[in-house]
Design a protein around this ligand. Sequence first.
Ligand SMILES: O=C(O)C(=O)C[C@H](O)[C@H](O)COP(=O)(O)O
Length: 213
Amino acid sequence: MTPALQSHAALTLCKLAPVIPVIVVDDLDHAVPLAEALVAGGLPVLEVTLRTPCALDAIRAMAAVPGARVGAGTVLSAHDAANAKAAGATFAVSPGATPALIAACTAQGLPLLPGAASASEVMTLLERGYRTLKFFPAGPAGGPAMLKALGGPLPQATFCPTGGVSLANATDYLSLANVACVGGSWVAPAKMMAAGDWAGITELAREAAALPR
Ligand SMILES: O=C(O)C(=O)C[C@H](O)[C@H](O)COP(=O)(O)O
């Protein structure tokens, strides 16, 4: 799958909802109820970070939840990409991008949302054929002002800013012409997951899904 087609698939996913939840699953038993809660609240696209031992099993379980579009986050290597694909991930998100990761996602037909935080990084990915990018870490890298500035010379790149995005500042990003959606962990707080507060998480998802863009 060419990078151009990967970016097309990624953009389609980004347009499904204003927010992609960034999920850290510590307990496999949380995976299905969490996915159901987020989908019920209107957030169907879910990024499960490969940061915990049960992440791949969580992806496998969540991929079977009706309406869920489950991808892997923190995909850093070709090995991660292969594992994510085998677990049923339908897309991959990375904080940056490397030639090895790009080659693996291209070979395996796994749409990659690669990370970029500077004009040169954006230009390098555009050169490779990627037009849908993660802007990471969004807050520390300059926030909405930085994205707006990048949009001047590089309007062909569309972003999913992630890292320091919250309900309070999401609209500052979503109102920009070069932003398709935002990513954030605030809709799946560890405390609410530990407490099994799935109704509360559905409520957070509802608020997020209603954000204007
Ligand atoms: O590991 C990755 O590949 C990531 O996706 C990193 C996440 O984007 C941030 O950890 C989410 O940031 P917060 O919403 O501020 O918690």
